[in-house]
Design a protein around this ligand. Structure first.
Ligand code: 5RP
Length: 224
């Protein structure tokens, strides 16, 4: 918990007056949004766009100026969490189900700062099940196509009330690859499958990682 808070708070040091900020999703991005809320209260002038309905709600509660994507031509800086971070700063995201909006917002941003605790640092991506967002129509076909192609355990994400539905009205298939040796290749392949909206591989997108430790310190890396 302390590591997540430290990372979230530190990333907000890069936020400046006049910027447009992408608000990430999850329990680490939560701390960044809290800190942005504090700074807005102190007079910081920014515009923001959120990567999920949950982050939108949090931003509203904190009186952070929130805009819809249609009103934001470009984003200066997005601060978002990750489920896995590899040594090249490639990511698996989407544990919280927001991967599609997170990717849209990150791609529209000059800079993506990833905030995470040190448990998220791994040597090879793939231990965390890769979330794949799929269109509900014929999703069983998409499921079988993925199964045939990759032969790895797959499951539709579920919640208490039944199948999990994303903010975009889609389903998520979680894929247990175990080890993803070539994330760039897999990312491109998955994108080419009809029925797949997007996936949680964020390859060569992060510019900075802020990794928080339990003692409240952070380690910062920038893309070389
Ligand atoms: C949501 C995400 C989150 O950023 C990711 O799951 C990390 O979450 P947390 O900071 O709670 O560990 O991708 O879709």
């Amino acid at each position: 918990m302390k590591g997540k808070q430290a990372a979230g708070y530190r990333a907000v040091d890069w936020v400046e007056d006049g910027m447009t900020i992408g608000l990430g999703t999850g329990s680490t991005a939560y701390w960044a949004i809290q800190r942005i809320g504090e700074r807005v209260k102190e007079g910081l002038k920014i515009r923001t766009v959120a990567t999920s309905k949950a982050s939108e709600k949090l931003a509203r509660e904190l009186n952070i100026p929130l805009f819809s994507a249609a009103d934001i031509p470009w984003i200066d800086l997005t601060i978002d969490g990750a489920d896995e971070v590899d040594p090249q700063m490639n990511l698996i995201k989407g544990g919280g189900g927001a991967l599609f909006r997170e990717k849209m917002v990150a791609l529209q941003s000059d800079r993506l700062i990833v905030v995470a605790d040190d448990a998220k640092e791994i040597s090879v991506l793939g231990t965390f099940k890769l979330p794949i967002e799929v269109v509900p129509f014929a999703s069983e076909w998409t499921f079988r196509n993925l199964q045939k192609r990759y032969d790895v355990p797959l499951e539709f994400r579920r919640q208490e009330e039944g199948i999990y539905i994303t903010d975009n009205g889609n389903y998520i298939i979680d894929a247990a690859f175990g080890r993803i040796d070539d994330p760039k290749k897999l990312a491109a392949e998955l994108k080419s499958i009809t029925g797949v909206v997007d996936h949680g591989l964020f390859v060569e997108m992060a510019e900075t990682t802020v990794i928080g430790h339990e003692d409240g310190t952070v380690s910062i890396r920038h893309k070389s």
